[in-house]
Design a binder for this molecule. Sequence first.
Ligand code: GDP
Ligand code: MN
Length: 436
Amino acid sequence: MHPVCRSFGQQDSIWMLLARYCCSDIRRLRSRILRQQQQRWTQTLKIHEYQAKEILAKYGVAVPRGEMANTLEEATVVARKLFAEGASGVVVKAQIHAGGRGKGGGVKVARTREEAEMYAKNILGMQLVTHQTGPQGQKVQRLLIEETAAIDRELYLGIVLDRATGRLVFMASQDGGMEIEEVAAKTPEAIFKETIDPAIGFGAWQARKLAFALGLKATQINQAVTFFQSLYRAFIETDASLIEINPFITTKDDKLIALDAKITFDDNAVFRHPELKALRDTAEEDPLEVEASKYALNYIKLDGSIACMVNGAGLAMATMDIIQYAGGSPANFLDVGGGATQEQIEHAFEILLSDSHVKAIFINIFGGILRVDRLATGVVAATRNLHVTLPIVLRLEGTNVEEGRKILKESGLNFQVGETMKDAAEMVVKAATIRV
Ligand code: GDP
Ligand code: MN
C-alpha cells in the first residue's frame, strides 16, 4: 500500500479477515485483490512511462530525449537517431504498467547502437517479472528508447492524496531509485512531506523547503522550485491521483531531470479529459477484466473452479473465504455492485462463463438496493438466454427474498438454494467437485 494511503473505508475489516488466514495461497490472492481494489477505488486510469513523460514535458518538466518503439525496427531507428544527435549512450526501457522494471531486467543502458539493438531484441516480447506484476509477469509490448543521463544523485519525488487529512502531500526523499515502500516502512523519517492547502496551492516556500531537505546545491535550488511547481501544476490540471518521479536525478552538470515517471489519474475526473482516455492501454489488462469494466462490474480473475457473483466487496471477500473454508477454490472475485441491473447480471454471467475453468456458479446476494426478486428475474433470464448448463447455487437474503425464491422455483430451471451461506458454500463445492 502507498505510504500515505492509510485509511480506506473497508480496509480494517479486510485486514482483520486477512489476519485469520495462514494459507499462503489465499494470502497472495487477497493481496492481489486488495491492490486492484485500491486502484479501482482511487486511481483507475494507468498510463505508461513514455506517456507520463510526454505530459510532464508539456508542463515544462525536464525529461530525457527519447521516443517510444513498438517494434525492433522502430527501436533501432530511435537509437540511431539519438546516437547521431550526440548521445553517449541510450537506455532501453520496457513499457509495462508496473514498477521495479530495473531489478527485473527491463531497463538496460547501451553504449553502442549494436548493444541497443541487442537489448531491444531481448526485452521486447519478454515476460517481465517485477514485485508489482506477480509471478506470471507481464509481456513487454513496447519500449522507450532514451538518451542516457550522467547521473550524480538519484532522488525521489511524489505527489499523492493523504486520505487522513484529505489533502495532497508533496513528498521528497534522498533515497531515490529504490522501492519507496521499503523506505517508508524502514526509515519513514527519510521522506520529507509538505501538505498542500487546497485554497493556497503549493507554495514556493514549500518547494524551497523540500529542495533544501534534499540537500540540493545552491545552484540547483531555484531550478528545483520551478521543477516541483511544474509537477504540481501537471497533477492539478490533469486531475491526477498520483505522480511519482523515481528517480528524480541531478546530473554532474547541475541539471535536474525526471528519469522515470509514473502518473495515474482519478477515474472520476477522466470525463473532463477525453485526451487522457485515449491513453489507456487495454493490452496491459486482463481481457475479461477489460470486458467487465465496460459494464461497471468489479471483476478479478482467479485460478479456482467456482465462479462467484456477489453484491458488495465485503460480501465478495466473505464468499471467497467460505468457499475456501468448504474445501473449494474461487474462480474469480466479482462485485456486481449495490444497484445491479438485469443487463449487468447477464453480462456478469457471460464473463463468468467465458472462463473455461469454471465448474459451478455461486450467487450470493444480499438484497438491499438490489431487490432479491429483481435479481432472481435477472438470473432466470440470463440462465435461459445463455443456455447455462453449469450448476448454479444461490444464497439469497434481504428485501423480497420470498418472492425471489418463488421466481426461481417457478422457472422450472435447476437452481439449488442454500439456507445459509455455509450450506450454500458446501453445496457449490460439492457440485463443482462432481463435475471435475
Ligand atoms: P523502474 O525500475 O521500473 O522504477 O525503472 P526506472 O526508470 O526507475 O529505472 C531503474 C533504474 O535504472 C534507475 O533507478 C537508474 O538507476 C537506472 N537508469 C534508468 N535510466 C538510466 C539512464 O539514463 N542512465 C543510467 N546510468 N541509469 C539509468
Ligand atoms: Mn523507477
